[in-house]
Design a protein around this ligand. Sequence first.
Ligand code: ADP
Ligand code: MG
Length: 244
Amino acid sequence: MTSIVINNLHKSFGTKTVLDHVGLEVEDGEFICLLGPSGCGKSTLLRSIAGLESPEGGTIYLGDDAVFDDKAGINKTPEQRKLGMVFQSFALWPHKSVFENVAYPLKRAKVSKSEIRERVREALIMVDLWEHRDAYPGTLSGGQQQRVALARAVVPRPRLLLLDEPLSSLDTNLRAQMRREIRRIQQHLGATAVYVTHDKEDAGGLADRVLVLQDGKIVQQGAPRDVFVAPKTAFVAEFVGFDN
Ligand code: ADP
Ligand code: MG
C-alpha cells in the first residue's frame, strides 16, 4: 500500500519556480528524508502535503484519499488530512502546561476527557516526559520542548508524520539522541514519515530513502548509503560530499 502519491506538483512564487513538476511515491511505514540546501523547496513540498500551502497544479493522494487535485478542484484542509506535523520552532503554547499542549489536538477533535488523559499519558510516557506534565514549556530544555512537540504531533495517532528540520536548533549530542527517539516513535506508531533537512547526518541516520532536492526537483533518490557513496551529479556530490 502506498501512503503518499504525488504527481506533477508545481508551484512558483512570482517568477521563481519552487516546485518543478515533482513526482513522489512513499510506501506505508517508510521513513523518507527530503535533503537539500536552503531554498530548494523542501518546506514548500512538505507544507503542500500538509495542506498549509496551495500548489498551482498536480495531485496529492494520501492513502486512497485525493487531498489535492487542481483539475478536480480538491484541496482538503490540514485537519482533514489527518497528519501530525513537527516544526523547527517547536511552536508550543507558552501559557499552557506540557499536558495541555499535548492534549490540545484531542480537545479540538472533541475526544472525551478520560480518553484524552489516557492518550496524553501514553504519548508523554513515550517521550519520557510524563513527570513534567505540569511544567510550562519555558522551564524545559530545547530537547525536552522538542519532545513535547513530538508528543503533540503523535497523540492523534496520525498515519503520516511530517517533520520540518525539527532538530536544527539542538546541539550535536542531543540531535543523535533525538534521531533515535524519532525513529522509535515512528516505528511504534507504524506511521509513514517525511522528514525535511539540509543536514546529511540527519538523513543518513534516519532515512530508509533519501531524496535530494535541487531547485524544486528531485535529482537523486535511494538508500542513504547509495546516494552518499555514488552521487549522480556534481551538485549531489558537492552537497552530500564527505569533505564539506
Ligand atoms: P527550503 O525549505 O528548502 O529552504 P522553501 O520551500 O522554504 O525552501 O523555499 C523555496 C523558495 O521559495 C525560496 O527561494 C523561498 O525564498 C521561496 N519562498 C518560500 N515561501 C515563499 C513565500 N511565501 N513567498 C515568496 N517566496 C517564498
Ligand atoms: Mg525549509
